[in-house]
Design a protein around this ligand. Structure first.
Ligand SMILES: [Zn+2]
Length: 274
């Protein structure tokens, strides 16, 4: 039987998202998002936690809390997927890929699907830490971010979210920062096990543009939609009509965004390589 330590021979992927321009949704004033996902090898459990803490310095206390429940779910699911299922995964992906950008996702992720285990009856717990100490804080940011999570659920995926007050019990942590260096507007870091099942995630969102201008609540919602798309396992697409475009020019999920995330959640996590 696999031990928790074996399962945690996992990878941490960081997605740093950058924006430029003043507004989101207006043609010609796009949000530039240059997410870069980097698998940092197969670190030990201790190394994984250190990596996450480096990405989210304030998370030191919560990273000490093991997400053992999530790991057990991933263990069972990972063991259940035999190598023989790769052909079935490929068949389902091919038959369902029309109207999606799954091909771009697979190209970016070395032919692997990373996703959360189904979490309908046991929703993923989301802790949103409000940035009331930030000069440009807007109380409308919190409902905007919550709406972004709920909007993805509306795409009919087998994942639900519940917003919790205790960060120690959360699977997903969201916090706001004043700004990032080099124009970063959002950052999503998630960890997964060796079978590509997602385990936990952290999102950071900037409340100001790189030039110092304030971000509006609708803009924050659009940025959060993009970051939650990463959190769910999506990557970038070239089509700027989609929220997962590297240059975010829209404020709502496209049919392709919805179809792609549904297809991701129609198959188990794992590599499509034979
Ligand atoms: Zn991105």
């Amino acid at each position: 039987m696999k031990t928790a330590e074996t399962l945690l021979a996992c990878c941490v992927v960081g997605l740093a998202c950058f924006i430029g321009g003043q507004t989101i949704g207006a043609r010609g004033n796009s949000v530039l998002d240059e997410a870069s996902g980097t698998i940092v090898g197969r670190p030990s459990r201790a190394n994984m936690l250190r990596t996450r803490m480096a990405a989210t310095p304030s998370a030191a206390s919560r990273t000490a809390v093991p997400h053992s429940e999530e790991r057990l779910v991933a263990d069972a699911a990972g063991n259940a997927r035999s190598a023989g299922n790769t052909d079935e995964m490929r068949r389902r992906i091919v038959s369902g890929m029309s109207g999606t950008y799954i091909d771009e996702l697979l190209a970016a992720r070395d032919s692997a699907i990373s996703r959360w285990p189904d979490r309908v009856t046991r929703p993923l717990r989301v802790f949103v830490r409000e940035g009331t100490e930030l000069e440009m804080w807007n109380p409308d940011f919190t409902p905007a971010v919550r709406d972004a999570f709920d909007t993805w659920v509306g795409a009919r995926i087998p994942v639900r979210f519940t917003f919790v007050r205790d960060s120690a019990t959360a699977d997903i942590h969201v916090r706001f920062v004043s700004t990032f260096a080099s124009g970063i507007s959002g950052k999503t870091v998630w960890s997964r096990d060796g079978a590509h099942w997602l385990l936990s995630s952290d999102i950071q969102l900037a409340v100001t543009h790189p030039n110092g201008g304030s971000i509006t609540a609708p803009q924050m919602r659009a940025i959060a939609l993009h970051e939650v798309g990463h959190l769910l396992g999506l990557d970038h697409t070239r089509d700027t009509e989609n929220i997962m475009s590297a240059r975010v020019r829209v404020r709502e999920l496209s049919e392709a965004d919805k179809a792609t995330v549904r297809l991701v959640y129609a198959v188990p996590a794992g590599s499509l390589k034979r």
